[in-house]
Design a protein around this ligand. Structure first.
Ligand SMILES: [Zn+2]
Length: 392
């Protein structure tokens, strides 16, 4: 705890405590590299997680936005998985049921490759603008038209030339260091209007704190929320939280908000006492879990077993680099064809297609996202493989 540090970016609070520190992790964990050497030489930086006792925000005090380039070849799209597709489609259906968007305007901040926005246009008849510095036009052929437009840039309210009726922001807030300023910029865009809805989807850090899930902590994620700290940020900006719940096996926060009418706070937001306990216990918890997985992998390697990781994204990069794991893990598998043949920053593992496992069958497969366990088990069985299958 210290009074000379920068205040909490969400609430301005100064009652902060350090709960986690890594000296050097890759500054981008979903970037794709063309060679193992390039991947191992990828820039690293420190991560120092602070907990705000006033609002519950967890943030990386050492984060330097200048080190992260979202316009480069990142690969954050999860749209190759069947499970994720169903989840995203259901969310669009939920939004469509809540709001009549036919002929209205939707703005998506951080639209990624634009798949969600395109589905929203298809299901609701809304007109749409997507803003994202990493948008790749070639990946969504024919998408830019009368009803849906994309801009390859960072969100800035002064660049938006219309008043959106719905503002969508998925998996973006965790990348924003100055979250208070970001929300104020959105509030500026809304202005005095009251008939505007906001839909936010953000990773939920509660399970990470409770279970010491260090693989979910990585450099690009500089702001970490729970249901309560997420809602309190909106309340702090003068917005009402109208609907709040955890989804996707409690991995994501789903939150709807609106310009304030009556200072609405759902009961699910009341988690500060619980959060303070989790934050206090986290340093010991995360040390224990890191040691467990390092030992899990090294024991099997020592016994001459092949250990594969399924999921070649940020979780895998963090899992490997936080524990200095290299050749102890023999294979990294991903179903996304855009990742295959590329190399993970830090450890330098090559990402391969599932079929590659048939040539040298693994003894153990560690699944980086438990949500996909059944899907992956079925795929392994379909290839005639029956390894020890565990999820982090
Ligand atoms: Zn705070």
């Amino acid at each position: 705890m210290s009074g000379d540090l920068n205040p909490c970016p969400a609430c301005g609070g100064r009652h902060l405590s350090e709960i986690y520190r890594l000296d050097a992790i890759p500054v981008q964990s979903c970037v794709l590299l063309d060679s193992a050497d390039q991947a191992r030489a990828f820039p690293r930086s420190a991560l120092v997680l602070m907990f705000c006792d006033s609002c519950g925000l967890v943030f990386n005090r050492a984060f330097d936005p200048g080190l992260v380039d979202y316009a480069s070849t990142t690969e954050e799209s999860q749209h190759f998985s069947g499970t994720f597709n169903r989840f995203a489609r259901d969310l669009v259906a939920e939004i469509a049921a809540l709001y009549d968007l036919d002929g209205k305007q939707t703005l998506e901040i951080g639209c990624g490759k634009g798949d969600f926005l395109q589905e929203l246009v298809r299901q609701t008849g809304t007109r749409a603008l997507g803003v994202d510095p990493g948008f790749i036009p070639e990946r969504l052929p024919g998408a830019n038209g009368k009803d849906i437009r994309f801009r390859r840039e960072y969100f800035d309210s002064t660049h938006i030339d219309y008043a959106p009726d719905l503002i969508v922001c998925r998996h973006t807030l965790e990348h924003i260091p100055q979250v208070g300023r970001f929300l104020r910029d959105i509030a500026r865009l809304i202005g005095a209007r009251r008939d505007v809805a906001l839909f936010f989807e953000t990773p939920d850090v509660r399970r990470v704190l409770a279970e010491g899930a260090f693989w979910d902590i990585y450099y690009e994620h500089c702001s970490y929320f729970t249901l309560g700290s997420h809602a309190r940020l909106f309340q702090h900006t003068g917005l009402d939280v109208t609907r709040l719940y955890a989804a996707y096996a409690d991995q994501y926060i789903i939150q709807y908000a609106a310009p304030a009418a009556g200072r609405v706070m759902p009961p699910a937001a009341d988690d500060l006492a619980d959060l303070r306990k989790l934050a206090a216990a986290f340093p010991a918890r995360v040390a224990e879990i890191r040691a467990h997985w390092a030992q899990f992998v090294r024991r099997r390697q020592g016994a001459g077993k092949r250990v594969a990781i399924w999921g070649g994204g940020s979780k895998a990069v963090s899992f490997l680099t936080s524990n200095d794991l290299g050749p102890e893990v023999t294979d990294v598998i991903d179903i996304n064809p855009y990742k295959q043949g590329k190399y993970l920053p830090g450890s330098g593992h090559r990402v391969s297609a599932p079929e590659s496992l048939q040539q040298a069958p693994p003894d153990t497969v560690i699944v980086m996202n438990p949500v996909y366990l059944a899907e992956i088990g079925a795929q392994l069985q379909g290839m005639g493989l029956d390894p020890e299958l565990v999820a982090v």
